[in-house]
Write a protein that binds this ligand. Structure first.
Ligand SMILES: Nc1ncnc2c1ncn2[C@@H]1O[C@H](COP(=O)(O)OP(=O)(O)OP(=O)(O)O)[C@@H](O)[C@H]1O
Length: 206
């Protein structure tokens, strides 16, 4: 299980207070709520990229002790962001981006996300957002994460690319038993994709 217990987190001040949620292996949990309610902040805490002010994150029963670059626990969690261009080194070809985490499964992963050899040789500015997001998904799956956190992963994409990426993630879940946390504004998508949805409330007035 990936669990956040009593998470209070934010920046200068908290943006979420006492949020708890659990993602079981094989399950997809949606995270919804109005803009500014702290969905990305919660996602970053559960991805071990942002230290909460209070609360605990547990991965498969083990309490997380270090956020940011503690690689041992980080590799159990894959992350996909809304804007693939901000998360890929612009000097890399898609092949290099997929190979970045390590492992030798680039061709297998490229097949999985339907990227051709021609596309694998291109750099981010030479491909569409959807093609780049496919590469980011392949990269996120490279180390076979136990949990995948998708933060508005499909916002930049059209309906058919969205369906293709969700299909790849579902197949990976079936095969690996991975749990998924899916953040989206798109309630129709979450209704179809998630087994249950956690809703954050409107941001507190400052
Ligand atoms: N790095 C940061 N430094 C300071 N404040 C931040 C930072 N990132 C986000 N915030 C603030 O924290 C609050 C919650 O932001 P967050 O991105 O978690 O919300 P969200 O629910 O994901 O919003 P959206 O749906 O618009 O993406 C917002 O008021 C935002 O301005």
């Amino acid at each position: 299980m990936l669990t956040g217990i009593g998470i209070t987190a934010g920046y200068q001040a908290p943006v979420v207070t006492d949020v708890s949620l659990t993602v079981h292996p094989g399950q997809t949990v949606g995270l919804a709520g109005p803009s500014g309610s702290g969905k990305s902040t919660v996602a970053r805490v559960l991805a071990l990229l942002h230290k909460p002010f209070a609360g605990t994150v547990e991965i498969d029963g083990e309490t997380v002790t270090g956020f940011r670059f503690k690689a041992r626990q980080r590799t159990r969690i894959g992350v996909l962001f809304q804007q693939p261009r901000l998360s890929v080194d612009p000097r890399f070809t898609l092949r290099q981006a997929i190979a970045e985490p390590g492992g030798d499964r680039v061709d297998e992963l490229a097949d999985l996300v339907m990227l051709t050899d021609d596309l694998l040789g291109r750099r981010p500015h030479e491909v569409s957002d959807g093609q780049l997001q496919r590469a980011c998904l392949a990269r996120a799956l490279a180390l076979k994460p136990r949990y995948l956190i998708c933060d508005e992963m499909t916002t930049m994409l059209d309906a058919s690319t969205t369906a293709a990426l969700v299909g790849v993630i579902r197949a990976y879940q079936r095969e690996s038993g991975a749990g998924v946390l899916a953040i989206s504004h798109d309630t129709t998508l979450l209704t179809r994709w998630a087994d249950e949805t956690v809703r954050l409330s409107a941001p507190l007035p400052r």
